[in-house]
Design a protein around this ligand. Structure first.
Ligand code: IPM
Ligand code: MG
Length: 359
């Protein structure tokens, strides 16, 4: 069976980490005799330079035809004029919306050997294993906008259906992981948050009475994420809060470069990207950490391609390379992006049991 994977390298360090994802896919395809069809298309600033649009029609069409899409990163100083009408980030937002990818999974785990590089004390982060489930196609990101010189408006809107479909995914994950679910909202101030709380509480009471459930205000949650991160198991929240909390939570791991994500909709096809940005400050230096990108490839095998065994091999290889210190400077190693990618590929066959698997 042939599987189509579309790669969107994007901007900044995007192409550098995508290079390692491609090499990993080629190695996996050879070892497992998989018929993987790899293609590349433009997105973000790179697409604006070539075509004027951050998500060219041709790219969207190729995404619709793919079994899974891998994305590097979008954006950079070249395109960041606040007065510009078109911005690279619009390409990514349009793509998530057009493909109906309403749920975003962001697993956060700390490798034991990396606990010392976390800005928090190692004993606080060593047991962290949190899955953040972020709503991805609604809320203030996609509400009506008005932009004037003296007045601007961003509307935040959610429907019951938009909330339910995300919470169901989060509750299923919590049940699989035998953990609890925390809804993060701002129900003491926002009407949309009160709807999230009402709908989620009903759903958890009626359909998931076996899953421990709590609600938490977003300001308190941002404090608990650094004060006592291992108290969380699955966290579900709206688009904007999820964006902010996952950058915060990535610091538990010590580097933004470590974390993968999966964006999923009704069908199997999904979009997989590291949660880091285009990192213009280090772009072109060959030192970007490829782990978030490679772990995203792992998630792709798990959720879109349905080959869990390969997902497990990739995850074990990543953890083994890190345990050996075969990694980039941001996490205490001295390897280049390419050498760190190779260290992971070399370990694909090793027997190494991680604490938990991503997802
Ligand atoms: C993310 C990013 C995006 C977001 C940007 C690039 C639009 O920060 O995936 O977390 O805000 O969703
Ligand atoms: Mg973000």
């Amino acid at each position: 069976m042939s599987m189509k994977v579309l790669m969107l390298p994007g901007d900044g360090i995007g192409p550098e980490v995508m290079h390692e994802a491609e090499a990993l896919l080629e190695e996996i395809a050879a070892q497992h005799s998989l018929d993987l069809q790899l293609d590349t298309a433009l997105i973000g600033g790179a697409a604006m330079d070539a075509t004027g649009a951050p998500l060219p029609e041709e790219t969207l069409q190729a995404c619709r035809e793919a079994d899974a899409v891998l994305l590097g990163a979008v954006g950079g100083p070249k395109w960041s004029d606040p007065n510009a009408r078109v911005r690279p980030e619009q390409g990514l937002l349009e793509l998530r919306k057009a493909l109906g990818l309403f749920v975003n999974l962001r697993p956060i785990r700390v490798h034991p050997s990396l606990a010392p590089i976390s800005p928090l004390r190692p004993e606080f982060v060593a047991d962290v294993d949190v899955m953040v489930v972020r709503e991805l196609t609604g809320g203030i990101y996609f509400g009506e906008k008005q932009e004037g010189d003296d007045h601007a408006v961003d509307v935040c809107s959610y429907t019951r259906e938009e909330i339910e479909r995300v919470v169901v995914q989060a509750a299923e994950l919590a049940r699989q992981r035998c953990g609890g679910l925390t809804l993060v909202d701002k129900a003491n101030v926002l009407a949309t948050s009160r709807l999230w709380r009402k709908v989620t509480t009903e759903l958890m009471t009626n359909r998931y009475p076996d899953v421990p459930f709590e609600t938490m205000l977003v300001d308190a949650a941002s404090m608990h994420i650094v004060a006592n991160p291992s108290r969380f198991n699955v966290l579900v929240t709206e688009n904007l809060f999820g964006d902010i909390l996952t950058d915060e939570a990535s610091m538990l791991v010590g580097s933004m470069g470590m974390l993968p994500s999966a964006s999923l909709g009704k069908d199997r096809a999904g979009l997989y990207e590291p949660i880091h940005g285009s990192a213009p400050d280090i772009a072109g230096q060959g030192i970007a950490n490829p782990v978030g990108m490679l772990a995203s490839v792992g998630m792709m095998f798990r959720y879109s391609l349905g080959i869990r065994e390969v997902a497990g091999r990739i995850e074990r290889a990543i953890w083994s390379a890190i345990a050996d210190g075969q990694c980039t400077p941001d996490i205490g190693g001295s390897l280049t992006t390419r050498a760190a990618g190779e260290a992971v590929r070399e370990r694909l066959g090793e027997y190494y049991i991680p604490k938990f698997a991503y997802g």
